[in-house]
Write a protein that binds this ligand. Sequence first.
Ligand SMILES: [Mn+2]
Length: 316
Amino acid sequence: MSLIEIKDFIEKHDNIAVIGHVNPDGDCIGSCLGLWYLLKSLGKNAAVCIKTDDVPHHLRFIWNPLAEAQEGQVFDAYISVDCATLDRLCCLNDVFAKSEHTACIDHHRTNSGFATVNAVIPTAPAAGEIIYSLAADVFGIKPTGELADAIYTAIVSDTGGFKYSSTTSYTMRVGADLLDAGVNGTAIFKNLFDTYTKKQIDIVGDITSTLTTYFDGKVASITVTDELLESKGMRFDEIDFITNLPRSIEGVEVGVYFKKKSDEIRVSLRSGESVDVSLIAAHFGGGGHARAAGITFKCGLEEAKKLILDKLAEVL
Ligand SMILES: [Mn+2]
């Protein structure tokens, strides 16, 4: 299905909920917010179903609390953004599953198209790029101001600053258009990639002390527990910046970040060129992209490590 159908869908409804995924990242926050600004400019009642409290520390600069859905707010349509599966929606899962007025805007290849109207474009490196196309090419609204800032933040986040292999020449043209529209790219880059609290720098030593390599250095892992974070008075989203660290070691094909969070283990996989980690994630019921994917296990840390390392042994 195409973005034209998303346009028809939006035109048919007046009270629209925009829903992101659990553990929202920069693409999720920027894309949901971007769609919200677009819907507002089209005269729609809309809200983003992401709680202001759940917005990660490094994304607070872009978030607009006015976008947050109010308790008991009534909607007649639902659009999921940047979310690969129904059970990863950050809220309203049951309502979404039952409603016939649902749409999905996403770029995850593993997305099965769980809404009534689906625009799943796996060649887009970020959902933000799809929001740009929807605004500029389909609605004829060239993003400016807060809409442009939100989309730029989304794209820069999911492309690692236009550097991942998912970045296309079109992505760069979208970036150029957004800069022409007045986006302060330098400020957004600084907020996303170059601003740390002293606590964040201090904890890096604790985290790198867990660094372990496997399979002749082709795999490297780090492990962070909620006990460590509690002892530092920090939240998991404050250390998102270390996710790519194991993968960045010379010779490493797959970087693994194990997070022990109360009774579950979250695993983030990052790969170089040879391993499609979305297949590994999908094997365990997770999802993501070829170069970046994730899984949640309901088991102990050592068991999760064994499952992942055994699977990696098969594919390396
Ligand atoms: Mn994304």
